[in-house]
Write a protein that binds this ligand. Sequence first.
Ligand code: DQA
Length: 138
Amino acid sequence: MIQIQIINGPNLNLLGIREPETYGTESFEDYFYRLRKEFPNVSIHYFQSNHEGDIIDKLHEIGFEYDGIVLNAGAYTHYSYAIADAIKAIKTPVIEVHISDVYAREDFRKVSVTGENCKKIISGKGLDGYKMAIEELI
Ligand code: DQA
């Protein structure tokens, strides 16, 4: 079966509660339940961490085996050269997702250092961006 890993970075454990006007009112766990049902032939795994090193460890762990990675590195997107290097180091293609439209917000969000090494960046499509990323990867 096709193996896809979703990785969510810092503060994304608070989806549904955190700034709902920007990130919506649905928790990722509820969305993930629906998402899995939409891809019955894909094995979709979910990992969330608020820690940069844990995100890098997860990329290393599955990045030579899985078929695709959907990464929302949260604010690390904008400055983590360590995560950017990890994406470059692995074999599995990565698509970067942002729930909000990062290009329509503060200037610091318009820069994505991690996105440089990703196959594509999907921004501003809400939680649907994760589904779009999986469609693209499979
Ligand atoms: C985000 C956008 C980032 O700028 C922000 O730091 C996040 C979430 C998004 O999904 O829109 O934590 O990645």
